[in-house]
Design a protein around this ligand. Structure first.
Ligand SMILES: Cc1cc2nc3c(=O)[nH]c(=O)nc-3n(C[C@H](O)[C@H](O)[C@H](O)COP(=O)(O)OP(=O)(O)OC[C@H]3O[C@@H](n4cnc5c(N)ncnc54)[C@H](O)[C@@H]3O)c2cc1C
Length: 535
């Protein structure tokens, strides 16, 4: 590095050849880090940039920690950059509102430790920002979903400075496994072997150099609507007040859960009429909180006798076992969000049962409005539409019923993804795609008993689940029988915008059983591409 004596790192002979400081090489070799563009840091640069996308937090963020560590090694400050884009796949006003709340916490927490934080709105670009602030190196986070991964690849091709990404939102870096698993119990022993290495106190790396630019770079204010002027943004799904976005709200909720509710988790987690689960999924999805923070808080609660070891274990099985299984599924399955990902046995059995009579058939519009003859299902749909979240037990039932009522399994998969991504705050997430694949096409599950429509795919009936919890109480809490999900807006009016995704619903050609799997799966997938910078 030129003109910098303070903090200068000695180079080994190998590192001297590449001009990459040796300690930086060591940092880049960690299993969580992926070097997407290697080369020596820019010589006349003055800062390290953390391109924040998925891990929207300052605390317990391995991607930010890597940026701080690299910057400390190079005796430079860190600036965090966030780019708001209008075309994040399937995001609507509800999601942008939650996102904006989270960014305010990032701004506050970044300032508290001397990090720069700049938010810009498209058409601004990351590349222009890197040039403007003279970044030596850019470090980002990871997201296994298709479009965000495409942005990262595009950027890696275009950049002239080094670009690394860090797998910041899982406890065990996905690279350790390099594969997906068919069932949780196949994954469990591999996970258990790795957990002692990763379920440890997060590094608390403090920046040694405060970011003090001579002239503050242009940035948008977080007190204004960050989505202002986005003409194509879907504003028909409004914000909800059931959740407040951000690290501060997430940590508060975590405290309440581990101190008071975790002890009942085993008994209450499958009771949708009770507040028996942590409701942290929106915060995990937006990266407002890291899974390691949650896991450590759970372990501490157990150690202090606030909850039983069994409650802690059951919770960590969801948080790490199921969640990281879902991440591996999405990372290694290109068709994670459509019927093509079906388990081979499920595909066969569902095709065999495709012609079975269906007692009810509903259109997408009827489902979206919660207008079925099944009050329990309607209540679940209302919970999702009005609060942006649905209980896990109801999510399973909700998706299974869509399989029963849609024209065919491929359409059922598409409809479930569409509704889930549209209304859930935690939608557009590997967990959602894995959950829908589990419910509809037997992924991450085993064959069950042969039944009409479902074949060998595990069925769920209202009668069977109502024996396990007070379904009437749940229906009452969601507004009672006969309440429509939509009181003020008409989702049907937006039917046109669905046309590319759901041909049959909007009067397009019905795919028919012979060719439906590939035709429906391809309809609309990847057709709309968004800009390579992500929010
Ligand atoms: C059809 C279907 C759709 C789903 N869609 C989503 C989705 O869009 N986004 C989402 O985050 N989860 C989804 N899930 C998984 C699960 O329902 C939610 O993660 C959970 O209900 C969130 O509530 P919680 O935070 O209170 O969970 P808790 O019971 O408190 O669990 C803690 C955390 O563990 C993880 N977790 C719990 N259950 C699962 C699971 N079955 N699979 C993977 N991770 C799990 C979540 O990150 C959750 O926040 C879906 C499941 C199904 C069956």
């Amino acid at each position: 590095m030129q003109n910098r004596s303070r903090g200068r790192i000695p180079l080994s002979s190998a590192a001297r050849e590449t001009q990459i400081p040796e300690e930086l090489v060591r940092l880049a070799a960690q299993p969580r880090v992926r070097v997407r563009r290697g080369r020596a840091p820019r010589e006349d640069g003055v800062c390290v940039v953390y391109w924040m996308q998925r891990a929207m937090r300052i605390v317990d963020n391995p991607a930010l920690d890597a940026a701080i560590e690299a910057a400390n090694l190079l005796a430079l400050p860190v600036v965090v950059y966030f780019q708001v884009i209008p075309n994040y796949p399937n995001a609507n006003l509800r999601h942008y509102h939650f996102l904006q709340q989270g960014l305010r916490d990032v701004a506050e927490d970044a300032a508290a430790i001397g990090l720069g934080f700049v938010v810009r709105r498209a058409p601004a670009t990351l590349e222009a920002f890197l040039e403007e602030v003279k970044a030596v190196l850019v470090i980002g986070d990871e997201n296994p979903c298709r479009e965000p991964e495409r942005w990262r690849r595009t950027l890696a091709r275009r950049l002239r400075i080094p670009y690394w990404t860090v797998d910041a939102d899982v406890v065990v870096p996905s690279r350790i496994f390099e594969r997906s698993f068919v069932l949780l119990h196949h994954f469990r022993p591999h996970l258990k072997a790795e957990l002692p290495n990763y379920l440890v106190a997060p590094a608390r790396i403090k920046p040694l150099h405060t970011w003090k630019p001579r002239k503050a770079p242009a940035a948008i204010s977080l007190s204004e609507d960050i989505a202002k002027g986005f003409k194509t943004l879907d504003r028909s799904v409004g914000p909800v007040d059931s959740f407040t976005g951000g690290t501060h709200a997430a940590l508060k909720r975590l405290g309440e859960f581990v101190n008071a509710e975790l002890k009942e988790y085993v008994e209450t987690r499958n009771h949708p009429e009770m507040r028996g689960t942590s409701r942290l999924s929106p915060y995990l999805h937006f990266g407002n909180i890291g899974p390691l923070t949650i896991a450590r808080a759970v372990e501490k609660a157990v150690a202090r006798g606030k909850a039983s070891a069994m409650a802690g274990e059951r919770y960590l099985e969801q948080l790490i076992g199921w969640r990281e299984l879902a991440v591996l599924f999405v990372r290694h399955e290109p068709n994670y969000d459509n019927w093509e990902c079906a388990a081979p046995w499920a595909r066969k059995t569902l095709i065999e049962h495709a012609g079975d009579p269906r007692p009810h058939r509903y259109t997408l519009k009827q489902l979206e409005r919660g207008e079925t003859a099944d009050e329990l299902w309607n209540a679940a749909q209302r919970e999702m539409v009005s609060s942006g979240w649905m209980h896990n037990y109801m999510r399973m039932y909700w998706a299974k019923k869509i399989l029963e009522w849609a024209p065919d399994p491929a359409t059922a998969f598409d409809w479930a993804v569409l509704l889930n991504d549209r209304y859930q705050l935690d939608g557009r997430d590997p967990n959602g795609y894995a959950g829908i694949a589990w419910a509809i096409v037997g992924k991450l599950d085993r064959p069950w008993f042969n039944r009409p429509i479902f074949g060998l795919v595990r069925p769920m009936t209202g009668t069977s689940i109502s024996r396990k919890f007070d379904s009437q109480d749940y229906i009452r809490q969601q507004g009672g029988p006969g309440t429509l999900a939509f009181k003020t807006s008409d989702p049907g009016a937006e039917c046109d915008s669905y046309q590319s995704l759901v041909l049959t619903e909007c009067g397009g050609p019905s795919a028919g059983m012979a060719g439906y799997p590939t035709r429906l799966a391809r309809a609309g997938r990847g057709a709309k591409r968004s800009a390579p910078e992500g929010s």
